[in-house]
Design a protein. Sequence first.
Lengths: 106, 101, 642
Amino acid sequence: MTQSITEVPLNWYILLSTFLFCIGIMGVLFRRNAIIILMCIELMLNSVNLLLVSFSSYKGNSDGQVFVFFIMVVAAAEVAVGLALLMSIYRNIGSTDIDVLNKLKW
Amino acid sequence: MVLFLFVVMLLNLNRESEPHKPFKLKVAATISAGMLFVTLIASLKSTSLGKFSFPPASDYGMVQHIGQQLFTDYLVPFEVSSILFLSAMIGAVLLAKKDKL
Amino acid sequence: MTANLINTPGLNYLGLLIPILPLIGFLVNGLLGKFLPKGITGWIGSLTVLGSFICTLLIFQKLGAGDAIRLDLFHWISFGNLDISFGLWIDPLTIIMLLVVTGVGFLIHLYSIGYMHDDEGFTRFFSYLNLFIFFMLLLVMGSNYLIMFIGWEGVGLCSYLLIGFWFKNDAYNDAAQKAFVMNRIGDLGFLLGIFFLLFNFGTLDIKAIEAIAPGLTMNGSLVVAITLFLFIGAIGKSAQIPLYTWLPDAMAGPTPVSALIHAATMVTAGIYMVVRSNVLFAMAPFTMTVILWIGVVTSVFAAVIGLKQNDIKKVLAYSTVSQLGLMFAALGVGAFSSGIFHLVTHAFFKALLFLGAGSVIHALHGEQDIRKMGGLRKFIPITYATFLLAALAISGFPLLSGFFSKDEILASDFEHGKIIWVILSLSSLLTAFYMFRLVYLTFFNTYRGSEESRHHIHESPWTMSVPLIILCVFSVLGGLLNLPDLVRSNHWMAHYLSAVTAPSATLLREHEPLSHGMEALLMSIAGAGAIVAILYARYIYVTRKTLPEEDAALHGFPKLVSNKFYVDELYEKFITRPVFKLSEWWGHFVDKLVIDRAVNGVAKSLEVSGKTLRLFQNGHTGFYVFAMVIGMVVFFIIRLLI
């Protein structure tokens, strides 16, 4: 199993992870639906997870995986709270369009 | 169930009726994300990755090993994350409650 | 030759008291004058100066020819290598100047009590006078050039305040401003001289510079530059060509002011400064020649103008300019003690002349035109007698003070060059002539004014007459101060000042002293010339009773002279108007268009940037996220590049 892992060079994993991260950012900037934005944030988090795991396997060190563990914990908590927030916003405003939320100014 | 919802959403069935951001913004977003990508790749090129260690530890990748690490080296974050979950739950419940009419 | 320093506490206190008393007088009169009755303020002002005079006398008793007192009051400027202390220096030259300033000053203060009696600014007048005395004392007592400069500027300020004393009159204010501005032009030269001194010698202490100066190259560019700049200051302050036009206009001030400032003290500051720096000037024969010629030309130029003036004070003003020219001519050949001697006698008789003129003006209730006077010797005999004696003194009538002082100057200049002697003798003849023109037109023949003003003519009160009499005594007997060897006398003043002038004496070209026979010949020529001029004036103005023409009737050369050779108009056309035009242009173009735009531009740019940055806060969360992404990108790029 370790053999097949070492066949793919580390750089490709980094590239993939970066690519996913940038796609996540593009998603956050492109979409107006708040739930989709939360999903793209998840995408970004997962790309980082992928990076950490790949590094961990190439170093033979399991520190990276433990860190991934904690990232997942945080991601889950954040999604829970985020969705709850979104629900209360929907109840007050009536839509999940983030362009409607423009009161945070002078 | 959540996954099912996610998939449905990702299918993006209402592309025509969904409100879109202005086109200028989309271009700007693409350019900035692209620049970020390029910058990160460029910084990758200028670094040197460490030596690949081979062979890895014998119990590498095993859940057992991760569990051991969690309960010895990373015990404190482990406990703190449990508190984090607790507070997240409380927060989610509080926020999503219906106001008494 | 280093002075022998005396350091007794008693004398030190007296020395300190000399400038402090007038300062106290100024403060009391200036701050509390409103609450004090009018009579008291006048006496406060006068008695402080009398106090200074008494202190000076006490010090004078103890101070021998080679002695000096040094009072270092406090460390004033201490900056790197520069170390200037606020110190006073009292040596024979200082004592003579102090005696003149405080003595004549006190008499003029006394006179002012009577003269300014009806004026509403009485207290203000005395506070200004005391301030002036204070600054003048600082000037002559300063131990370094910087304190001298403080006094220099201070007397210029007080001159401005006092000339424009009746400030409700615009013409007087203009005259005051003119005096101040012309003084400032000279002061710029003085200041440049100080800078050169400081830069090259590292110190401004007079005695220290006296020690260093002989080591420089004689007539080298450095010492010539320094002395020329210092002399420019003297030109401004002592009204020589080309900066003399302020002095006749300064007659707009009250007569005691003219007597004190523009006859006896302030205008002599230039002379004092040159004599004090005699070593520096002796090292620069070029500057000495410049001084000599400027003095000679000024002397004769002003005398010519004085021939045709019809205001009693203006004649005296031009006479002052002319006599100052004579003093500078003495300094220019290195006869420093002769210059000081003439300064002292001139203070006596010029102050007397001015005070006498003031007495005449007071008697005629403000009339100053001599064409409207005449025959006054019957009405105001004391004034007439003192004025006559003063006029005789200034003309160089034999045996009076002016005779000896002028003669000494003429003798020194004769040694230096015959042409100079001829020109200066001509100037003296003209002086005698126009002074007696003044005397005859004012006091002789019949009164030419109106009938009713004739009834009001009266002699002045005792506060005005007593100073006249005292000054008259000194004008007559002042020659005793410095009688020449010819009369087998002690030549007292020259010996008293020998310690002060000695450093330069060794550097100046040695002249063959005139033989006694030659000196006697010159004296008699001068005396005879004066008598001839006086008699000629008598012939024209008394016997033939000619009157000065009305202004409209003048043509040709007399018109030119009467209009002061149009010098003021020339200055106006070629200097003041272009400067005003330049300032207008500058104000319009540079100030409004460039500087204002720059300043407003800064404010505008801030406003614009604020307006633009405000747009960043539009409240859209999506935009904020975008901004975060951009920030991240920029941060990474910078990290990559650095």
